[in-house]
Design a protein around this ligand. Structure first.
Ligand SMILES: Nc1ncnc2c1ncn2[C@@H]1O[C@H](COP(=O)(O)OP(=O)(O)OP(=O)(O)O)[C@@H](O)[C@H]1O
Ligand SMILES: [Mg+2]
Length: 492
């Protein structure tokens, strides 16, 4: 049984009961109130919720048109059906026009249930449509609230059949100096404000060319003459036959970001030039010191040693004096070796004379002698001389890597590999030591070894990576574009 709350506008108790019986037969469980005056209908409408009103056409003190009028005034949407013993065609039509759903004759009560069912169904559909409309209005209002307050510029442009701006958020004014209305009135004004060189980008995007897949960047001229950058994300809307009808999108003023990026680029270039100069000056200073140590100090010490030896031979001194002279000659000898070693380590002549590989071999030999760490060099298909700057940079990288092995790695074996792959020169220095976590290393003025290597490699357009983990050893890898030596080249 379907519950049904209804008002019956009827002066005859018996007629009302007949209707109730008919409803019960039709599967309803009616809960009804019978009224026969305007006042009682008004009270019923005000005090309850109702599914249906059945109304006799003419009562002694009331009528269906008056009841309908009251219902309309109440603003409630309740299906209203006239049930009458006599009703003329013209009266029925005017009642329907005034909002009655239907009418039936008391003489054919069998129509009652189907008519009610249709009326209830219609009323349900109407209520749903009304709710959908309200939801739509609410969602439009919500969209507008968001769009009107957004800092970004939100827009919808009709492309076909002719250009028309359907929506443009007010934030456009802050960006361009003109209010949205200015563009509503003259959509082509938008094109006039785009920086001339960038106009084709906007045109292509609005024509639906492939630029839709990524944001477009254009410059726009503000009313005050300044030029600002806009990043736009456009979404195409096509009709059923695939024709572009609308373009919707969001645009953002990114002028500050672009200026910041340009500044950042300039700073990077400045820093790069500076570190290039510093590394160059450092290398020059090392060469000068090496030469001075070797030529000046080394030769002076050799002269002292020769003099002492001559002095020793010509002298008939006491045994004690001869012993101390011999000690002095040994000390000078030791110092000469020290000076030579220092001079070589500052700038090994073999690097300039023979090239990278022989110089690294010599370095590794010295490294093994001093530390006892087993070190292997492999150099597949690599024997050529490289440009001086590359040879110096790679030599210094191997030197720093080996120094790190001694200082930090506690390794037993090291492998230094050179090889040429796909036009790149690859160098790696791998140890089997305690390793570390490179991602946790912060830039610190006390640890400049790795940073210096990175910097040198970057200056050669190369790529520097370090692979390490606790107890997993460390591998430093460098890849740089292959550069053969060019004669007469000025390098580091
Ligand atoms: N082969 C390695 N094995 C283990 N730890 C390493 C290795 N190489 C570098 N490290 C770690 O990385 C840190 C940074 O190395 P980096 O060469 O930059 O600085 P440093 O050797 O400490 O000082 P310097 O500036 O004199 O080179 C080291 O302090 C060490 O903790
Ligand atoms: Mg170091």
């Amino acid at each position: 049984m379907k519950p049904l709350r209804l008002i019956i506008v009827e002066d005859s108790e018996d007629d009302a009961l007949l209707l109730i019986l008919e409803l019960k037969k039709g599967g309803y469980e009616p809960d009804h109130l019978r009224v026969e005056t305007a006042a009682s209908l008004e009270a019923a409408l005000n005090n309850g919720t109702w599914d249906l009103i059945l109304s006799d056409h003419a009562l002694p003190a009331f009528s269906a048109p008056e009841a309908l009028n009251l219902l309309n005034k109440s603003g409630k949407e309740i299906p209203f059906i006239i049930v009458s013993s006599v009703i003329g065609e013209d009266v029925a039509v005017s009642a329907m026009n005034a909002g009655a759903h239907d009418y039936i004759m008391k003489s054919s009560p069998a129509r009652l249930v189907p008519v009610i069912e249709r009326a209830l169904h219609d009323s349900e559909v109407r209520a749903e449509r009304k709710k959908a409309l309200l939801d739509l209005r609410e969602s439009e209002a919500r969209f507008r609230r968001i769009a009107e307050n957004a800092l970004d510029i939100i827009y919808r442009v009709r492309i076909s059949p002719s250009l028309k701006i359907e929506y443009l958020s007010p934030s456009v004014e802050a960006f361009i100096g003109f209010p949205a209305d200015y563009f509503y009135d003259n959509p082509n004004a938008a094109f006039e404000r785009v920086y001339e060189q960038d106009r084709h980008i906007l045109e292509a995007s609005l024509k639906g060319e492939k630029l839709f897949s990524k944001p477009i960047l254009t410059r726009w001229v503000h009313r005050d003459g300044s030029v600002n950058w806009l990043e736009q994300r456009n979404v195409p809307i096509y009709d059923r036959v695939g024709r572009l009808v609308f373009v919707e999108g969001i645009a953002r003023d990114i002028t500050e970001r672009i200026l910041y990026e340009q500044e950042l680029k300039k700073n990077h270039a400045r820093i790069e030039a500076l570190s290039n100069r510093i590394l160059g000056a450092m290398e020059e200073e090392r060469s000068r010191l090496a030469r001075e140590l070797h030529d000046e100090l080394g030769q002076a010490l050799t002269a002292v040693k020769l003099d002492l030896q001559l002095f020793n031979e010509g002298l008939s001194a006491s045994q004690a004096q001869q012993y101390s002279l011999k000690q002095s000659i040994d000390l000078v000898d030791h110092t000469i070796n020290l000076v030579r070693r220092q001079s070589v380590s500052l700038r090994p002549p073999v690097l300039d004379d023979m090239g990278l590989l022989p110089a690294v071999k010599e370095m590794v030999r010295g490294f093994m002698n001093r530390t006892g760490i087993q070190t292997k060099i492999t150099a597949d298909g690599f024997s050529r001389r490289l440009s001086k700057s590359v040879e110096t940079a790679l030599y210094r990288c191997v030197q720093e890597s080996l120094t790190n092995v001694v200082r930090h790695a506690r390794a037993r074996n090291v492998s230094v590999r050179f090889n040429k792959e796909n036009g790149l020169l690859a160098l790696s220095v791998a140890d089997d030591g305690i390793g570390f976590e490179p991602e946790k290393m912060e830039v610190h003025s006390e640890h400049i070894g790795l940073t210096g290597m990175k910097e040198r490699v970057k200056l050669l357009d190369g790529c520097f990576t370090i692979n390490s983990a606790p107890q997993k050893g460390t591998t430093v890898s460098i890849k740089i574009p292959w550069q053969d030596r060019v004669e007469g080249e000025a390098g580091l």
